[in-house]
Design a binder for this molecule. Structure first.
Ligand code: AMP
Ligand code: FE
Ligand code: FE
Ligand code: ZN
Length: 296
């Protein structure tokens, strides 16, 4: 693959991936190795609501001559809509953001236990089964419940669990605490980070936040939208491109790799080098780790 240099990093760039510090199935180092083997040369680790995987991932990226961009996927909620906000290059020690992440992660545990309690009335599944699927300290979520259902041979894979038992209409579901997107964007921006809405249009236009609300988010510091993502609809991508053009937003593309937890493969969608540079130029909260091991 061609390696075009813009500034100090090298493409191709995939800026959205999960390790077992949240709901991915592989260690941070393994995620980096997988990215490398698929030809990705600039990557971000974006575990849900936590940053504990950064160090291991950055070290592995340096060893492989890759550029590492620290990131996170912050959970938010707009009414009934679950909204994910990608955050890049923020200060992981910013007190307000760190406190909010802690609150989300905490609530996720109680919520998962209550969901499992309801499921256990109908299926042979215990809370211990689910805890056994999550790495110590991981941000817990429905994917870990799915993995426990797989281990119990109740379903074959995560997709089947999400289409069935874990789907809100089945009656076991409940949401977890999350800040509204406006607050999420403000927290990330105040921590020196770059906020980008992840997979904004996953099931048609009616699931996209209203355009007027996007205007408010942009006002509050929203930097961009993730357009090239396998779960965005074709119609939604058109809408997003128009929105991005109108407001000169950063536009990204990424795999949202979760190891074996999803069919998504590293590098299946990429972010252009000029867009990566815009993210780097905008951020003030933490440093990119470059292939020569330097950071800045
Ligand atoms: P939660 O945050 O606990 O509500 O769970 C949502 C997470 O489940 C998201 O971060 C996705 O990565 C994952 N997820 C959603 N749908 C699926 C699916 N069909 N297959 C595998 N993982 C999924
Ligand atoms: Fe996930
Ligand atoms: Fe997401
Ligand atoms: Zn994700």
């Amino acid at each position: 693959m061609a390696t075009d240099l813009v500034g100090r990093f090298s493409g191709p760039a995939d800026l959205h991936a999960h390790s077992n510090h949240s709901d991915g199935t592989e260690s941070p180092a393994r995620v980096v190795q997988q990215m490398h083997s698929y030809g990705v040369r600039t990557m971000a680790l974006t575990d849900h609501d936590r940053t504990s995987g950064w160090r291991e991932a950055a070290e592995q990226a340096s060893q492989l001559g890759m550029t590492f961009i620290p990131g996170m996927e912050l959970s938010a909620a707009h009414g009934w809509r679950s909204v994910h906000v990608l955050a890049y290059l923020f200060d992981p020690d910013d007190p307000a953001l760190a406190t909010e992440c802690h609150k989300i992660r905490d609530d996720r545990w109680g919520r998962a236990e209550r969901i499992v309690g309801r499921i256990s009335h109908d299926y042979d599944l215990s809370w211990d089964d689910v805890v056994a699927q999550a790495r110590d300290g991981a941000t817990i979520g429905r994917p870990h419940i799915a993995d426990a259902l797989i281990a119990r041979r109740i379903v074959q894979n995560r997709g089947e669990a999400f289409d069935g038992i874990l789907h809100p209409r089945q009656g076991y579901y409940e949401p977890h605490y999350a800040p509204d997107p406006l607050r999420a964007v403000q927290l990330i921006s105040d921590a020196g980070g770059v906020a980008i809405i992840a997979h904004p249009v996953t099931a048609g236009r009616d699931r996209m936040m209203p355009l007027e609300y996007y205007e408010q988010l942009i006002e509050a510091g929203l930097a961009g939208v993730e357009i090239d993502h396998r779960e965005n609809t074709a119609e939604g991508k058109k809408l997003l491109r128009a929105l991005a053009a109108e407001h000169d937003l950063i536009v990204t593309g990424s795999s949202d790799y979760h190891g074996s937890g999803k069919p998504n493969r590293p590098g299946e969608n990429l972010t252009s080098n000029p867009m990566v540079q815009r993210i780097i130029d905008r951020a003030t909260g933490s440093s990119v780790v470059y292939p020569d091991g330097s950071s800045g």
